[in-house]
Write a protein that binds this ligand. Structure first.
Ligand code: SAM
Length: 737
C-alpha cells in the first residue's frame, strides 16, 4: 500500500520484504501486503534444489530442470508485478573448486532462465563470493543480459565486505589453482585502499568489477546490502550516480528504542533518506528480532476489534489496526519505514516542475544560428529571479553613472557629463519610428534626441542586445525608474519574430517614445550613438557556449569609452561526474556523435567525484587586440582518498557570471542564485567510463576552438589514464557563428 501517499520521491514509496521459499505465492503476497509491503522477494527454488547433471538423455530431449514443487511457480501477471525472484545464495560461479563452479554456473543459468520465463520484473542475485575477482559470475550474467529485454538483475552488493572472508576465498583459490597447474592474478579490487575501514573491503569495488565486465548493461543494477557498520559518508555518496535499484535492510540492523520498537541509528536514517530521495526502494530482510509491546487499545470510535497503530515513539500514526496483517511481527519495521518516509521534507514546487527533466539529455540551444520559438522565450521569462538580478545590476550601474556624473559636474561643465544631458520625447518617438521600420537608427535622429528639449533630466543610452521578446528592456526600465534616470533604449534583436512581441510590449507599456527597436545582428549593426550601458543575456549553461563572447566582441564597437557591459564577466566550471543513467542514454544512440556532444541536463542521479574547478573566463568589454576567444585549460581534480574508487562517466559544467559589481548570476553549485531556474548544468560525456582508483586525481584537458564559421569544444581525460580526445575538429558538435 505504499509507505505514504506522497508521490514526490517516485518508486521509493514501495517497500518490499524478503520471504522464505513459498509454494503458495498468492497467499504469501496477500499476507505481506496486509502487513503493508508492496512486493515480496522470494527464492526461485527450494534451498536444497541442485541442477540436474548435464548429460543429455538418449532420445535427445532435455531434462526438465525443475519440478512444480521445487520452484517458484506463478502464472499471473498480477503476481509477476508483486514478486521479485531470489537466486540461490549457495551459487559460486568463481569457486576454486571446479565441481562447485560448474554446478553454480548451471544453477545460475537455470534460475535466470526460469525467472525470465515467469516474466518477473527483477531477480536479486547473491553477492559475488569472491568480490575481488568474479569473471565467471560476470560471464554468466553477461550472457543472460544479452537475452533479456525487461527483467532486471539486482546484484546484491554489501556496502562493506569482511576482509577475512575474502582472504579465505583467495587462499582457497590459490590452492585450487595450483592444483590445476596455473596461478591467478589478483583483480586489484581487494587490494585497493578501502573506504570501508580497516579489515573490510569496499563493496563498490565488487560492484564495479561485475558491471564493468557486463559492459555497464542497463538491466544490471545494485541491491545494496546495508550492515550495522556504515562506510564513510564520502564513499556512500558515490552510489548517487550508480544504478542502485534497491536497498536491502536486515532487521538485525535495527536497534530498539526505549519502548522496544525497532529504530535505526542516525547515520542509517540519513542513508535511507538519501536513497528515498533517489527514488530507490527498500527491501526488509530477516525475521522480526525486536520485542515490541502489543498494540495500544483501540481509539474511541474505531471499528470493533481495531487497535491503534503507533509510531516508534509511541505516538499514534493516525490509523487503526483492523486487519491481521497489522499484527504481523514485521509490521513495526514497516511502520518505522513509513515514519522515515513520511517525515522527509516535501519537494519544492520548482523541483516538482523540473521532475520530468531529471537526467534527461537536451542538446543545447543555438540562439545565434537558430531563431528561438515563442514558447522558449516564454519559458525564459518565467524566471522572475533572473530578471530581478538584471534589474539590480542595471540599477547599480545607473547609480554609479549618476555618482560619476555628479562628481565630474563639480569640476567641469555639464556638457562633459558621460550621460546625455536631455532627451526630447518628440525626438525619441521619431527615432523609434525610423528604427522599427528599418534595421538601424539614423545618427541624425539620435543627435536630435540627445540635444532635444524635454524636461532636462539625465538620460542614459542603454542598449539591450539580443533582446528576445523584451524582458531585459522591462527590467532596465524598472531599474531606471528606481534610480530616477530616464533611459533611451535600443532593443537589438536578430530574430524578426521576437520583435513583434517587443512592439506589443512598447505599445502596452507606453514606452514607444523611449525604446527603439532594432532588427539586426548586433555584430553588424551600425549604432547611431554610443551606449553607456550594454545589457545582454547570451549565456549558455557553460557560460560562453551560446557564443556570448563573439556577439559582444562585435557589439562593443558601440559602447562609449568607460561604458559598462552587463554582464561584465563569466567563468565556466567543471567537475568529474558519475552518472550511470546519462552514460547509458548517450550510449543507446550507438554512435560516436552522441558521445562527442555536450548536453544540457537537470542532473539528478549523479555524483561529483571532486570539487568543481574554474575553466574559461571572458570579460566585457574586451580591450585585447586582436581578440582571441579560443581557450585551452588543463585541470586537475584531487579526490578525498576516503571517498574510495569511483567511475567517471563525464564532466558536469556550470557557469558563474558577474553581472555588475557584486550582482552575481550563477548556476555554479557553491554560489547558485537562489530560485533561479533558467539554466540546467551541461554534461560533457566520455566514450568509455574511466575507473578512478581511491585517492587518484582526475586530470582533463579542454579546448575552446574557433574558426570563421563555428566554435566547438574538444575534451579528453589524461589521468588516471589517458583517453581519446573527443570531438576532434568539431566533427560531432559545434556552435554556428
Ligand atoms: C538567450 S536569448 C535571451 C533573450 C532575452 N534577453 C531574455 O532574457 O529572454 C538570446 C537572444 O539573443 C538573440 N541573439 C543572439 N545573437 C544575436 C546577435 N548576434 N544579434 C542580435 N540578437 C542576437 C537571440 O535571437 C535571442 O533572442
Amino acid at each position: 500500500m505504499g509507505l505514504g501517499k506522497r508521490t514526490d520521491y517516485g518508486d521509493a514509496k514501495y517497500a518490499g520484504v524478503q520471504v522464505p521459499f513459498t509454494g503458495d505465492v498468492p497467499a504469501t503476497v496477500e499476507a505481506y501486503s496486509l502487513c503493508g509491503f508492496d512486493f515480496v522477494v522470494t527464492p526461485l527454488v527450494r534451498d536444497n534444489w541442485r541442477p540436474p547433471a548435464p548429460a543429455v538423455p538418449e532420445n535427445g530431449s532435455l531434462p526438465s530442470p525443475f519440478n512444480r514443487d521445487d520452484c517458484l511457480y506463478i502464472n499471473s501477471s498480477q503476481w509477476a508485478n508483486q514478486v521479485v525472484g531470489q537466486v540461490s545464495d549457495w551459487i559460486q560461479p568463481d569457486s576454486p573448486d571446479p565441481a562447485v563452479r560448474q554446478q553454480s554456473v548451471a544453477a545460475l543459468r537455470h534460475q535466470l532462465g526460469w525467472a525470465a520465463h515467469l516474466g518477473l520484473q527483477a531477480v536479486v542475485l547473491p553477492p559475488p563470493h569472491r568480490p575481488a575477482r568474479c569473471p565467471n559470475y560476470a560471464q554468466v550474467l553477461s550472457q543472460a543480459l544479452q537475452g533479456l529485454t525487461h527483467m532486471a538483475l539486482w546484484l546484491t552488493v554489501p556496502l562493506v565486505i569482511s576482509n577475512q572472508s575474502e582472504q579465505d576465498q583467495q587462499q582457497g583459490a590459490q590452492q585450487g589453482a595450483q592444483g590445476q597447474g596455473r596461478t591467478e592474478q589478483n583483480g586489484g579490487a581487494g587490494a585497493a585502499a578501502s573506504p570501508a575501514g580497516p579489515g573490510a573491503l569496499d563493496g563498490w569495488e565488487a560492484w564495479h568489477q561485475v558491471r564493468a565486465q557486463c559492459d555497464h548493461h542497463n538491466l544490471l543494477g545494485a541491491a545494496l546490502l546495508v550492515g550495522p557498520t556504515l562506510p564513510s559518508a564520502a564513499s556512500l555518496d558515490r552510489w548517487r550516480g550508480e544504478s542502485v535499484k534497491a536497498v536491502l535492510l536486515p532487521t538485525a540492523v535495527f536497534t530498539a528504542n526505549k519502548r522496544g520498537y525497532p529504530v535505526l541509528s542516525k547515520p542509517h536514517q540519513e542513508l535511507l533518506a538519501m536513497f528515498f530521495k533517489m527514488g530507490v526502494q527498500v527491501v526488509l530482510t530477516g525475521e522480526a528480532c525486536h520485542d515490541v509491546p502489543p498494540p495500544a487499545p483501540p481509539a474511541p470510535g474505531a471499528p470493533a476489534g481495531a487497535a491503534v497503530a503507533v509510531g516508534p515513539d509511541g505516538s499514534p500514526l493516525g490509523f487503526s489496526i483492523s486487519n491481521p496483517g497489522e499484527a504481523h511481527p514485521l509490521r513495526p519495521y514497516w511502520d518505522y519505514l513509513c515514519f522515515l518516509f513520511r517525515r522527509l521534507e516535501a519537494v519544492g514546487e520548482q523541483e516538482r516542475q523540473e521532475a520530468s527533466y531529471r537526467d534527461y539529455l537536451q542538446v543545447p540551444l543555438q540562439p545565434l544560428q537558430d531563431n528561438l520559438e515563442s514558447q522558449t522565450y516564454e519559458t525564459f521569462e518565467k524566471d522572475v529571479q533572473k530578471y530581478k538580478l538584471y534589474e539590480e545590476a542595471v540599477y547599480k550601474a545607473l547609480k554609479d553613472k549618476l555618482a560619476a556624473a555628479a562628481a565630474s559636474s563639480e569640476t567641469s561643465s555639464p556638457y562633459d557629463l558621460p550621460i546625455a544631458s536631455t532627451s526630447g520625447r518628440g525626438s525619441g518617438r521619431q527615432h523609434h519610428h525610423q528604427t522599427t521600420h528599418g534595421s538601424s537608427s539614423s545618427p541624425a535622429a539620435a543627435a536630435a534626441a540627445a540635444s532635444g528639449g524635454g524636461d532636462g533630466g539625465p538620460v542614459v543610452v542603454l542598449m539591450v542586445v539580443g533582446a528576445g521578446r523584451g524582458p531585459l528592456v522591462r527590467a532596465s526600465m524598472r531599474a531606471a525608474s528606481r534610480a530616477g534616470v530616464r533611459l533611451r533604449v535600443y532593443a537589438v534583436e536578430k530574430n524578426p519574430n521576437a520583435i513583434v512581441h517587443i512592439q506589443q510590449m512598447l505599445r502596452s507599456e507606453g514606452w514607444e517614445a523611449d525604446v527603439s527597436i532594432v532588427s539586426a545582428d548586433m555584430r553588424h549593426w551600425q549604432a547611431p550613438e554610443p551606449a553607456e550601458i550594454l545589457v545582454s543575456e547570451l549565456l549558455g549553461s557553460f557560460g560562453d557556449n551560446e557564443l556570448s563572447p563573439e556577439c559582444l566582441d562585435g557589439a562593443q564597437r558601440f559602447l562609449a569609452p568607460g561604458g559598462i557591459s552587463i554582464p561584465q564577466s563569466y567563468t565556466s566550471y567543471l567537475a568529474p561526474a558519475t552518472s550511470h543513467k546519462l552514460h547509458h542514454d548517450v550510449k543507446s544512440y550507438k554512435d560516436l556523435e552522441h558521445f562527442e556532444t555536450p548536453y544540457v541536463v537537470r542532473l539528478h542521479r549523479h555524483h561529483l567525484l571532486a570539487a568543481t574547478q574554474p575553466l574559461f573566463t571572458f570579460s566585457h568589454p574586451n580591450p585585447s587586440e586582436p581578440i582571441d576567444n579560443s581557450r585551452y585549460a588543463s585541470v586537475t581534480f584531487t579526490r578525498d582518498p576516503a571517498a574510495g574508487a569511483a567511475v567517471l562517466h563525464g564532466f558536469a559544467g556550470y557557469f558563474e557570471c558577474s553581472l555588475y559589481g557584486d550582482v552575481l548570476l550563477s548556476i555554479h553549485p557553491p554560489s547558485h542564485s537562489e530560485n533561479m531556474f533558467s539554466w540546467f548544468p551541461i554534461f560533457f560525456p566520455l566514450r568509455e567510463p574511466v575507473y578512478v582508483p581511491a585517492g587518484a586525481p582526475v586530470e582533463m584537458q579542454m579546448w575552446r576552438c574557433c574558426s570563421a564559421h563555428k566554435v566547438w569544444y574538444e575534451w579528453a581525460v589524461t589521468a588516471p589514464v589517458a583517453g581519446p580526445i573527443h570531438n576532434v575538429g568539431g566533427r560531432s558538435y559545434w556552435v554556428g557563428l
